[in-house]
Design a protein around this ligand. Structure first.
Ligand SMILES: Nc1nc2c(c(=O)[nH]1)N[C@H]1C(S)=C(S)[C@@H](COP(=O)(O)OP(=O)(O)OC[C@H]3O[C@@H](n4cnc5c(=O)[nH]c(N)nc54)[C@H](O)[C@@H]3O)O[C@H]1N2
Ligand SMILES: Nc1nc2c(c(=O)[nH]1)N[C@H]1C(S)=C(S)[C@@H](COP(=O)(O)OP(=O)(O)OC[C@H]3O[C@@H](n4cnc5c(=O)[nH]c(N)nc54)[C@H](O)[C@@H]3O)O[C@H]1N2
Ligand code: SF4
Ligand SMILES: [Mo]
Length: 571
């Protein structure tokens, strides 16, 4: 039987389920027969076998009784839904929480800043289909660690000219023709310098600019405001490398694969808007073998039956202490939210319910833990931000003692005497009816072989100002990207602090990492892949003890890397 991986990943693999084991779907254009560590080891990580009240096992029906009683007795309720499973049916719980007047945590811990920057230019963040990546000549991998987070794309990159832009010498950089190992947080400046070279060489696509864009003159004035010598110095790479890349981009069919890495900063949306503006200047949109691919917006043209009106607070800076009851679903905020100490204090003050798969850190401190069914035990449908394919996930296993998101919602509707919940199949059909069917596959409603070939909704709007209060600060930059064998806090985490050789530390040393937001003790691994001014700790480690519980300039997205840290050996 076919299903799909439920994890928050570009690849959205198609999975064959046979006699209780999981295999990659050989016929699928993305999956090509292999899965990654996470799904290959899915059953090695023990899932909850019971509900718990204050750490004592209880029955599922007792757990729901307690939940009901607590919900009825609470005035301020927060629904906090993460991305432990990205199936669409996760959203069904919003229907209940909106009906009882709860606040819903929204905004993004992830790609929200970049998404906004793209919308400001192109209007919509359409997914770049794989066929266009296949037709490209030059692929610029910009702040995306494809070998770890997007490994099914690797076959599509063979034979291309590869350029990597990343402060870390990531694996794919070894196979690249160029690696611009820039200083962290200088992507906007780099895109600006590339645009300057193209402008000076009259390399822009005049017809495209004329027909499809507005305000190009403002953009041209704006990029001239950045003085070349100090800007290149700040970026920290040779000016010749920048000039060479600008030339390659003018000569070749170019695809830019931008990842999450560039936008974990206060001005994250401006970074994507600038990269998009650089691409628009070259006419890379709506053209074969060209385009900018970020984490694509799967909601374009999709009517979501779970969209609700509710009070909202941004996830990154949420104050759990302000709520009597916090209902956490598919998330492990004690590890994945910034400023962990603040998260812990907030959760301590509220009645915390965790609805999840594992006895993770947050479940360990929760008052009530309700086991969720895993992706094999409930029907669902998943979209992916990395390609156009949509997968249905039938229910393949029976499971008692756990609930699906739909089942919990239905039970709460019943207990609270609410109306308006449709049958589970009706929601799945609702999604199905909006998809494009292409042979054996379903594709996104917004799928187009060459996105933007018919133009943008409004003419492309170039960036012409930037709000950024960056200042030179004491301390090391913190890079906190995705680990190879984990999905954020799930599966095999990597707990080390990676430091450059220049710090004079050795493998196994213990250090105290400090920032204005907290501190954490970590074990060191020395890495030759890092620039001297940065340290690296993966998502899923305890590094969020030092990251800021703040949002980007638009009050929406987390800014995990907007921080400098001190690293001191512990003797
Ligand atoms: N194996 C694995 N796969 C995953 C995940 C996981 O946890 N593990 N998580 C999933 C999720 S939720 C997401 S959002 C995606 C994200 O996946 P990616 O888009 O790959 O994002 P990151 O791993 O956060 O960062 C990617 C790269 O950005 C670089 N970087 C950091 N700061 C900067 C900077 O200032 N400038 C530039 N140019 N580069 C920078 C980092 O060194 C890193 O190589 O991955 C998904 N896939
Ligand atoms: N330092 C640092 N922090 C980061 C990031 C980073 O790069 N660096 N990345 C951020 C990003 S991009 C993201 S997307 C977030 C993700 O952070 P989270 O949303 O917290 O996601 P996970 O850690 O993947 O999942 C947490 C829990 O989901 C539960 N779960 C899994 N499947 C199901 C299910 O089917 N149903 C239910 N009810 N629960 C389930 C499991 O119990 C698991 O413990 O982390 C953010 N935090
Ligand atoms: S985590 Fe990503 S690469 Fe791994 S099986 Fe799931 S979709 Fe595929
Ligand atoms: Mo994410």
């Amino acid at each position: 039987m076919k299903t799909a991986c439920p994890l928050d990943c570009y690849d959205g693999c198609s999975v064959i389920y046979k006699d209780g084991s999981l295999e990659g779907d050989r016929d699928h254009p993305v999956t090509k027969g292999f899965l990654c560590y996470k799904l290959n080891h899915y059953f090695d990580y023990p899932q909850l076998q019971s509900a718990y009240y204050r750490q004592e096992p209880i029955s599922l029906s007792q757990a729901i009784d307690i939940l009901e009683e607590r919900l009825r007795g609470s005035e301020e309720i927060l629904h906090f839904r993460g991305s432990g499973n990205v199936g669409k049916m996760q959203g069904v719980t919003d229907l209940f929480f909106a009906k009882i007047g709860a606040t819903i945590a929204s905004g993004s811990l992830c790609d929200g800043a970049g998404q906004l920057g793209i919308q400001r230019g192109r209007g919509e963040n359409l997914i770049l289909p794989l066929e266009q990546i296949a037709k490209s000549e030059l692929v610029i991998i910009w702040g995306r660690n494809v070998s770890y987070t997007n490994s099914h794309l690797l076959p599509y990159l063979q034979g291309k000219t590869l350029v990597v832009i990343d402060p870390v010498r990531i694996d794919i950089a070894k196979h690249a023709q160029m690696h611009l190992q820039i200083n962290p947080r200088t992507d906007l400046e780099l895109a600006c310098m590339l645009a300057r070279f193209i402008y000076m060489q009259n390399g822009e696509d005049e017809a495209f600019i004329q027909e499809r864009t507005q305000n190009y003159d403002f953009f041209a004035d704006f990029i001239k405001e950045y003085r070349m010598v100090p800007t290149v110095e700040r970026i920290g790479v040779d000016i010749l490398e920048i000039a060479t890349l600008a030339e390659l981009m003018q000569q070749m069919r170019t695809v830019i694969l931008v990842g999450n890495g560039v936008q974990k900063y206060a001005h994250g949306s401006d970074v994507l808007h600038m990269i998009d503006s650089l691409a628009a200047m070259l006419g890379l949109f709506g053209r074969e073998g060209c385009g900018v691919s970020f984490l694509g917006d799967t909601s374009v043209g999709l009517e979501d039956p779970f969209a609700v009106e509710a009070k909202r607070v941004p996830k990154a800076s949420v104050d759990f202490a302000a709520f009597d009851l916090v209902f956490i679903q598919a998330s492990n905020p004690l590890i994945t939210l910034p400023q962990s100490e603040r998260v812990a204090q907030g959760l301590e003050k509220s009645f915390t319910v965790v609805f999840g798969l594992y006895m993770d850190e947050t479940a360990q401190v929760a008052d009530l833990v309700i086991p969720a069914k895993n992706f094999l035990q409930k029907p669902d449908v998943r979209f992916s931000y990395g390609h156009e394919f949509v997968h249905f996930m039938p229910k393949l296993e029976e499971r008692i003692g756990a609930l699906s998101e739909y089942e919990l919602t239905a039970e709460l509707f019943r207990r609270f005497g609410l109306e308006g919940l449709e049958r589970e199949e009706a929601y799945l059909d609702h999604f199905r009816s909006q998809l494009i069917q292409d042979g054996p596959y379903y594709k996104l409603p917004s799928y187009h072989t060459t996105p933007y070939a018919d133009g943008f909704k409004e003419p492309f709007c170039f960036i012409d100002e930037v709000e950024d209060e960056w200042e030179e600060e004491e301390g090391l930059y913190l890079i906190t990207p995705k680990a190879q064998r984990a999905i954020n806090s799930q599966f095999k985490r990597d707990e080390f602090l990676y430091v450059p050789v220049s710090l004079g530390l050795s493998d196994g040393d213990r250090v105290l990492v400090t920032s204005p937001y907290g501190q954490v003790e970590m074990e060191v691994r020395v890495s030759e892949r890092l620039r001297d001014n940065l340290v690296l700790a993966y998502s899923g480690s305890r590094i969020n003890r030092v990251t800021p519980a703040k949002t980007d300039n638009h009050g929406h997205n987390a800014i995990f890397q907007e921080v400098r840290v001190r690293v001191e050996p512990i003797s």
